[in-house]
Design a protein around this ligand. Structure first.
Ligand code: DLL
Length: 440
């Protein structure tokens, strides 16, 4: 089903008209209400009345994550605190968290874009829905929760982690739709098999996965293991949370951006120049309807491309590709740009490996070096024996060589590969996973 036919199948001309009006409004709104933008516009000599729409968007300043930190916690809010009904925050690894705020209308809009996402993922009103995104300051849990209730799903607010409980609910409540991170979907698949439960016997058929990068190869693995559809959902706290974009289950080919609320651009991350559809660059959003904390040309750090071709699902909303990496987790290994997702995609075809791995990044003589530690399958260990991994067994050495050759072919650089045993690589315990150990 399509949740909002009028918007989601709008012609390009109608969408452009809608966006033009909203861009003009938001430029005035932030200029009048947010001192940070008043100052920025004045410094750049921008008169908000001159901003008439999409064509003028490139004249506006970028907003960066550091601007949120500099105005911590509520300095970018455009409404008095009495109008703010919710705050969320995303935990950074260093420093203060990034704080975002919502008015009641913002919460309604968020529920709307999440309801559209559920429909895209194949959910229908009345379906049993198990929400395994974390509830709390993280936007995943509550964001999806409100969208699910808006659609009329039977919402189970189980939150993240506690795999034993997730499995009980999947069986006893007969869950049909489930949301979690893709890495947790894999944790769950393995746990089900270990508990002697065949996922095929469970009614769960739609997984709505996001909050971290993953690959098409990983989708195949998840779908095969769980006997279900897995669609990609994208979002970030600064823009709203989950529901910025989502794939349709019919196409599974790029995530439709809710562009009536979040106007996307792709830029060259070095020069800031706007790139054409199809070109890979940094994704930038202008929120055109948000009240509490609207952001102008917010630089997400996520690298992807845009596609305006109509989709087989009937939606006309522009699609973004998978996130290919983050501008800031790109590793430069002897002059070559490498993203962890490329390594993952290259290794997923190798039968002796599980989909789990760890990457260790070090620096020697000011050069990044990367050690790839893929985990072998149980079947492989049963064949070669427990000690083989450390003992220089020929099967191990030849597998190592095979992986090194595969990585060299896809990354164009040599990497060191060390095999690790089943269960040694990090697993998702419910939330986002971190596979890169940066020792620089
Ligand atoms: O992760 C919101 C979310 C919750 C999205 C649940 C989807 C599902 P943050 O914690 O602020 O918000 O992290 C945002 O996560 O800039 C991306 O780098 C990454 N990310 C989110 N979704 C995807 C995805 C939530 N589908 C940051 N693919 C973003 C790749 C994703 N990366």
């Amino acid at each position: 089903m399509i949740w909002n036919e009028k918007i989601e199948t709008m012609s390009r001309d109608e969408m452009t008209d809608l966006q033009n009006g909203r861009i003009a409004n938001i430029a005035k709104y932030v200029y009048e209400r947010v001192p940070f933008y008043t100052k920025k516009f004045d410094e750049m000599g921008i008169n908000p009345d001159d901003i008439k729409g999409l064509e003028d968007l490139h004249k506006l300043p970028f907003t960066k994550k550091t601007d949120l930190r500099d105005n911590y916690p509520f300095g970018l809010f455009a409404v008095p605190m009495e109008e703010v009904v919710r705050v969320h925050a995303s935990s950074g690894t260093t420093g203060k968290p990034t704080v975002v705020g919502y008015t009641r209308d913002d919460i309604d809009m968020w529920a709307e874009v999440c309801a559209r996402s559920f429909a895209m993922s194949g959910a229908n009103p009345g379906d049993m829905f198990q929400n395994a995104y974390g509830y709390g300051l993280f936007t995943g849990g509550l964001g999806m929760h409100y969208g699910a209730e808006k659609m009329g799903l039977n919402t189970i607010p189980v939150s993240g982690g506690n795999t034993a409980r997730q499995m009980t609910l999947l069986q006893d409540f007969q869950t049909k739709v489930m949301a979690c991170t893709p890495s947790y979907a894999l944790t769950l698949a393995d746990a089900l098999v270990n508990a002697g439960i065949n996922p095929e016997d469970l009614p769960v058929r739609n997984f709505i996965l996001g909050a971290e990068p993953w690959t098409d190869e990983m989708r195949e693995e998840i779908e095969a293991k769980l006997h279900a559809n897995a669609v990609n959902i994208y979002g970030l706290s600064e823009i709203i949370g989950p529901g910025v974009s989502c794939e349709s289950v019919e196409a599974k080919d790029g995530m439709h951006i809710m562009e009536d609320h979040f106007v996307p651009e792709i830029i060259n991350p070095e020069t800031g120049e706007v790139l054409a559809d199809g070109e890979v660059g940094e994704l930038v959003f202008t929120t055109v309807t948000k009240q509490a904390m609207p952001l102008i040309r917010y630089r997400t750090g996520d690298l992807c491309s845009l596609n305006r071709e109509p989709s087989v699902c009937g939606r006309t909303l522009v699609r973004m590709s998978r996130v290919l990496g983050r501008a800031d987790d790109m590793l430069i290994i002897r002059g070559v740009n490498v993203f962890p997702s490329q390594i993952e995609a290259a290794m997923l075809g190798i039968e002796e490996l599980s989909p789990h791995y760890r990457l260790i990044v070090t620096q020697q003589d000011r050069l990044d070096r990367i050690e790839v530690q893929p985990e072998v399958t149980k079947a492989f260990i049963e064949r070669v024996g427990e000690e083989a991994l450390t003992g220089g067994h020929t099967a191990v050495t030849s597998l190592q060589k095979k992986i090194e050759a595969t990585l060299k072919e896809s990354l164009l650089i040599s990497t060191k590969v060390t095999l690790i045993g089943p269960g040694e690589a990090p697993r998702s315990e419910g939330g986002k996973i971190n596979r890169v150990e940066d020792r620089r």
